[in-house]
Design a protein around this ligand. Structure first.
Ligand code: ATP
Ligand code: MG
Length: 408
């Protein structure tokens, strides 16, 4: 790992958008440095998604400096000193150097400072408190590089104190461990997590959700989740005892066959019923789409087996739709991962296209059925027959069948 970032080797540093923002903030009187995930991941040689910038300017000063340079400023978290600068649609989180004056376990009252060491001291982990300037010179006031190299997720300062300032740090600890941890989390930090775990209940669903889903996106989230279970963290978050074994199998299947992974499906793997899924979705304030996916995947749908016939598969696919079928299939696969037939089933499902039911309500009324609920009932009876006939009857055959049904 290099201890300097060569800007020419990192697109995100070199991008004109980045340069414009940094130039505006580095104008006389101000100093700006990259920090957080961008620096951490660049040092690891990993891709950089969003760029966090720390500045000695106060939010008002930073806002003025950016606006003067025709950069759009969105006051995303002004009370905490964060604003978002947008250039060519590309966002940069700009946060004024600060220290926490008081905290309540969820949010802090902050004071701005020009002292980089103070700013580092309020950050969560040493690997997240590494700064880099536009030239790539690294500033590492808490020894984060050594920890990053060792795969050691270490609190800046005393774990117990830092957790009580913001209980979300419990989840962040395991999230970063899932991604970067190679060395065991130290016992003092785990003891602090255990002692303070009830504090998680004071956090908003949105904050919990964000960290939990990011954790579940890690290539292998299982070691972190096992530690969370041991420390009593999962019991605070989930409505039931988490089925870690199933998630473990799901990850192994995905890895073995290079299948895409999804954090909501991973969450579903931990649960046993639609009711549990609904409870968790509410707790985590999942979006409607995510909630639906979680509930649909966690519901106990029978009928899945590795040795289904092609006809049975088509029937299930039509009933559940391709996406939900895929989710349900993967979870059953995780339950009986030893059976290689799942793979064939998965591929068959992937190749399926939904057949179009070629009859509608107008056809039913043409057969003399009066407008009203009877039309829908007749239509679904006909559709069921079509499905049972393996989608073979075409429009003419369906209309003949319909006429026969209408005569009865
Ligand atoms: P990612 O790559 O996932 O964005 P990140 O390290 O950039 O990871 P962010 O959530 O974007 O994480 O936060 C940016 C930085 O802000 C962190 O690196 C850390 O220094 C600081 N930070 C964020 N949340 C907290 C927190 N709850 N307590 C202390 N510091 C925090
Ligand atoms: Mg970030």
């Amino acid at each position: 790992m290099v201890d300097r970032l060569d800007p020419t080797l990192h697109d995100w540093m070199n991008a004109p958008e980045t340069r414009i923002v940094m130039a505006a903030l580095n104008a006389p009187g101000g100093e700006a440095r990259f920090v957080g995930g961008a620096v951490r991941n660049a040092l690891l040689g990993e891709s950089v998604q969003d760029v966090d910038i720390a500045t000695t300017l106060t939010p008002d000063e930073a806002s003025a400096a950016l606006t003067q340079n025709a950069i759009t400023v969105v006051p995303t978290g002004i009370a905490h000193g964060t604003l978002t600068a947008v250039v060519n649609g590309r966002p940069f989180e700009v946060t004024s150097l600060r220290h926490d004056v008081s905290t309540d376990g969820r949010r802090a009252t902050v004071a701005f400072t020009t002292d980089w060491a103070e700013d580092a001291a309020r950050r969560d982990f040493t690997m997240n408190a590494i700064y880099a300037d536009v030239n790539g010179t690294i500033y590492d006031p808490t020894g984060g590089i050594a920890d990053l190299k060792a795969g050691r997720v270490r609190f800046v300062g005393d774990a117990d104190t830092r957790i009580q300032e913001d209980y979300l740090r419990i989840l962040r600890l395991f999230r970063f461990y899932a991604w970067y941890g190679r060395e065991k989390i130290d016992d003092a930090a785990l003891a602090a997590v255990h002692a303070n775990r009830a504090g998680l209940n004071r956090l908003s669903g949105e904050r919990l959700q964000k960290e939990l889903l990011r954790l579940l996106k890690a290539p292998n989230p299982l070691p972190a989740l096992r530690m969370m279970e041991k420390a009593g963290v999962l019991a605070e978050l989930l409505p039931v005892t988490a089925n870690l074994e199933r998630l473990s199998q799901l990850c192994q299947v995905a890895e073995k066959y290079a299948l895409p992974r999804n954090p909501v499906l991973s969450l579903a793997a931990l649960l046993n019923s639609a009711d549990e899924a609904r409870a968790l979705a509410s707790r985590l304030k999942l979006s409607n789409a995510e909630r639906k996916r979680l509930v649909d995947a966690a519901s106990a749908e029978p009928g899945f087996a590795p040795d289904l016939t092609a006809t049975q598969i088509r029937k299930l696919l039509y009933r559940f739709g391709k996406d939900r079928f895929g989710d349900l299939l993967l979870l059953r696969w995780a339950d009986r991962a030893s059976d290689p037939a799942w793979k064939v089933l998965y591929e068959q499902a992937g190749a399926w296209t939904r057949p179009e039911f070629p009859v509608d309500g107008a056809d039913v009324m043409d057969c003399g059925v009066a407008e009203g609920p009877g039309v829908g009932r007749m239509l679904s009876l006909l559709e069921r027959w079509w499905v049972d006939e393996d989608f073979q009857p075409g429009r003419d055959a369906l209309l003949a069948k319909l006429a026969e049904m209408a005569r009865r």
